[in-house]
Design a protein around this ligand. Structure first.
Ligand SMILES: [Mn+2]
Length: 399
């Protein structure tokens, strides 16, 4: 790498932050059971302490996404929680409403045919919006689990209308500073139809809701052959890309570690964003977040590994010379254009990433630094003991 290239990497890393999810620190499972870890977070306080560790060694994860029902008890005071987070060097990030675990949502929430269920779902959204205001959190991040399991079961068009009406009501409650991120997913938990199944549906709904709504791309929420970077490019062009949930997948929505299966895919996404920024001469306003399930990996280590991977891939993408690429595209020099991407992807950017860390007084190798701190062993002991005191019985069963 020459000096201008290193400068591009350093600048890209300066502008990149990645939000970690509170649920990435606690025991999570597969669809069939949970595998428990002594060091897993028991409550929201543990989650913020763990997220603080990730930020301390990476310098790139200042915010933590929270799940309204999982992280807030009826007696939780948002202000106190925010204070606790700041004690650990982090802030509360995206508020994630939960419209999928209550029994009333068996046949949907915001799309449910019964007014009474939709009213309750909107009420939960209202509480999430208020929480966001109280915490000065910019994002309400909505993943809607609504759908149906069998052909003929539901009126798909009516449900779409219900959804738009409900989200318009929610958007009216939001301040000008708040943004509603609309996530999509082709299937699961419903297996016949999902009300927001792909980026086109999320786009249509977000457009109908108005300027406060943008689309969220969860990298795992696509069919195997789908060209995700093209979706990203289109959403950027339409100024409708609000954020990402990063993870990787091999088969379906596997929630594997980002870049573990296909790092070139992630690189191509970062490349499209970099190209857009070069062309428009402005920074894309995007919330980068992790959404992964670390059910058999050490949770904090898996999070740090994800951050390091993301930094390396964004650094590689920063090496693409867009001036040259633009010229090659204009001249239909397809092999040279492709080679420009391949060269960038093949470059070992780790020395430049280490240089960035040194400039920020961060450890050269965050994963090693975390291991050497002994934090995980300490909290494993303490949390194991606390589980006994709290009477929490170890069980991974869903039955
Ligand atoms: Mn997601």
């Amino acid at each position: 790498m020459n000096t201008p290239e290193i400068a591009r990497v350093l600048s890209a890393l300066d502008r990149f932050t990645l939000e970690t999810p509170s649920w990435g620190y606690s025991d999570t499972g597969t669809r069939f059971g949970k595998f428990l870890q002594d060091a897993a977070a028991i409550d929201v306080y543990d989650k913020f302490a763990d997220a603080g560790q990730v930020h301390a060694v990476t310098g790139c994860c200042p915010t933590v996404a929270v799940h309204v029902l999982w992280d807030f008890q009826p007696d939780t005071r948002p202000g106190e929680l925010a204070q606790f987070a700041s004690k650990h060097g982090v802030r509360i990030g995206a508020i994630n409403p939960n419209l999928f675990q209550d029994q009333i949502y068996k046949y949907g929430s915001l799309c449910h045919q019964d007014d009474s269920v939709r009213v309750q779902a909107i009420q939960h959204m209202r509480e999430s919006v208020e929480l966001g205001k109280a915490l000065a959190s910019r994002y309400i991040s909505l993943w809607l689990a609504d759908g149906s399991n069998y052909p003929g079961q539901a009126n798909i068009r009516r449900r779409k209308q219900f959804l738009i009406e409900a989200l318009r009501e929610v958007a009216d409650l939001m301040s000008q500073k708040q943004t509603l991120l609309v996530e999509y997913k082709p299937f699961e938990p419903a297996f016949y139809h999902t009300d927001l199944a792909d980026w086109g549906m999320a786009y249509i709904v977000a457009k109908a809701v108005g300027p406060k709504a943008k689309v969220l791309v969860d990298t795992g929420h696509h069919y195997a052959a789908q060209n995700i970077e093209q979706i990203v490019a289109w959403l950027l062009a339409e100024e409708m890309l609000g954020g990402f949930h990063f993870n990787d997948r091999r088969y379906a929505d596997d929630d594997l570690t980002l870049g573990s299966i296909d790092p070139y895919q992630v690189f191509r996404i970062f490349h499209e964003i970099g190209f857009y920024e070069w062309e428009t001469q402005k920074q894309a306003d995007i919330a980068y977040m992790i959404d992964q399930s670390h059910n058999d990996k050490s949770k904090i280590e898996a999070t740090i590994q994800t951050v390091m991977t993301a930094q390396e891939l964004i650094a590689k993408a920063a090496l693409v010379d867009y001036e040259t690429l633009n010229r090659l595209q204009t001249q239909n020099q397809q092999i040279d254009a492709e080679e420009l991407l391949r060269d960038a992807f093949s470059t070992d950017v780790r020395p430049a990433v280490i240089e960035w860390r040194k400039k920020k007084n961060l450890p050269e190798n965050p994963l090693r630094a975390f291991r050497e701190s002994g934090y995980e062993q300490r909290v494993a002991q303490e949390r194991k003991q606390r589980r006994v005191e709290l009477g929490i019985k170890p069980t991974g069963s869903y039955a």
